[in-house]
Design a protein around this ligand. Structure first.
Ligand code: FES
Length: 226
């Protein structure tokens, strides 16, 4: 039965989401222009997938586990973060992310310092840090390679991609390669399930990764590291 609302609807509603990020009908962009043609080579080194912008800018090239925690511009950022939340507990995750940006990981002593700085009980700081896998509890390499092996990626060869990364970096899961260049880990769903296998390297997303593409990808990273 037709509803009175039917006559109020335009006869043809433009289809504005053909299934890939970027095309909302406002811009004349091709999928290749939005995504790039392949996951290596074409993109700017610090670019990456438009939908893969990280929430945490936690992977700087320069990381010093012994750096003072929040000094200079980092002190300003720390203070700014505190003003953005109604209470200090609310600011804890961004503060942890900032600490990781400075030191590369959040060690037990860093967590202790954060507890002192914020007045949050140390057990609570540790509880939050241990819950979130994006907070590194131990040092990682220059490139942290996180391979998704959850269902969609798993069905499309995620395990094989993971093994290729381990083989070509010569590491075990979670171990850092010689010279501190690569650490390979396995993660649960990077929210890029439509493009398996999804891999996050530092803050960049790589999609449709296959075992055959792994050596070229690692070569590119080695070049960047140099
Ligand atoms: S299952 Fe791999 S990104 Fe979601």
């Amino acid at each position: 039965m037709s509803s009175p609302l039917d006559s109020a609807r335009p006869s043809e509603i433009p289809f504005r989401n053909p299934g890939w990020a970027g095309n909302t009908g406002q811009f004349e962009l091709t999928e290749a222009e939005v995504r790039g043609d392949e996951y290596i080579g074409a993109r700017a080194l610090d670019g990456g997938h438009p939908s893969g912008a990280p929430a945490f800018p936690f992977m700087l090239v320069e990381r010093n586990p012994d750096a003072p925690l929040f000094e200079g511009p980092y002190k300003t950022r720390f203070e700014k973060i505190l003003t953005r939340y109604p209470d200090v507990q609310g600011a804890l995750i961004p503060v942890l992310a900032l600490a990781q940006e400075v030191r590369g990981h959040v060690s037990p002593s860093t967590l202790q310092e954060i507890a002192q700085l914020t007045g949050i009980p140390e057990a609570e700081v540790r509880g939050v840090a241990s819950f979130y896998t994006m907070l590194n509890k131990r040092p990682v390499g220059r490139f942290l390679i996180q391979v998704c092996t959850n269902i969609s990626c798993n069905l499309c060869g995620g395990d094989e991609v993971l093994h290729a990364f381990l083989e070509y970096t010569g590491t075990e899961l979670g171990e850092t390669s010689e010279g501190g260049v690569f650490t390979v880990t396995e993660v649960e769903c990077l929210a890029a399930c439509g493009f398996p296998t999804a891999v996050q390297i530092n803050s960049r997303y790589y999609e449709n990764v296959t075992p055959a593409g792994v050596p070229a990808l690692l070569d590119r990273l080695r070049t960047e590291a140099r």
